[in-house]
Design a protein around this ligand. Structure first.
Ligand SMILES: [Zn+2]
Length: 181
């Protein structure tokens, strides 16, 4: 459920049988999010919101509605670019170095550039479209190497190093960027 609020813009309401009372947080888009018990009606959610307005304003870094929309737009553009690029780039390196993966997924989490699951799905963050190509390629090679080593062992890094001799430097440079949009 979503409610429109004059001050906070679009507010995301997540219903969960596990929640008692109400909890406020900030979504990755900078919107206000509230977790409420399943039975909560829109009327009740709005009442919770109104009675906590002051605390929310003081404690949570909510983006204003204009910024929220700008971020939505940026995300859409980035997703479009990523969709036209990342799966093909992944495929290119996989073929070049003889890896086989099952699926490529695009994500937009705030914390990780990529991941590789035991089911051989490689996830790549669309925020990669904002970093220099050489770092983007490093992340792809890093995740491909996880297909053979699901850890960060010596063997894993040796494999990354085979395909990217400057991986240490790339890993360090990547820390100067944030995957979040
Ligand atoms: Zn890793």
């Amino acid at each position: 459920m979503k409610i429109q609020d004059k001050e906070f813009g679009e507010v995301i309401v997540r219903k969960s049988p596990l929640v008692r009372g109400v909890r406020f947080s900030v979504s990755t888009s900078g919107r206000l999010a509230m977790s409420v018990p399943t039975y909560t009606t829109e009327f009740l959610a709005k009442r919770f919101l109104n009675s906590n307005r002051k605390v929310i304003r003081e404690k949570l870094p909510i983006k204003d509605p204009g910024e929220q929309r700008a971020r939505d737009y940026q995300k859409k553009l980035l997703m479009k670019k990523a969709r036209e690029y990342l799966p093909y780039r992944l495929d290119y390196y996989a073929k070049l170095y003889g890896y086989s993966y099952d699926k490529c997924r695009l994500t937009h989490a705030n914390t990780r550039w990529g991941s590789c699951s035991s089911r051989r799905t490689i996830s790549l963050n669309i925020g990669l479209m904002k970093v220099p190509e050489v770092l983007r390629d490093y992340v792809i090679i890093h995740e491909l190497a996880h297909l053979n080593h699901m850890d960060h062992s010596k063997e894993f890094w040796a494999e990354v190093g085979k395909h990217d001799r400057n991986y240490k430097n790339h890993e360090k440079k990547l820390k100067m960027f944030s995957p979040g949009i």
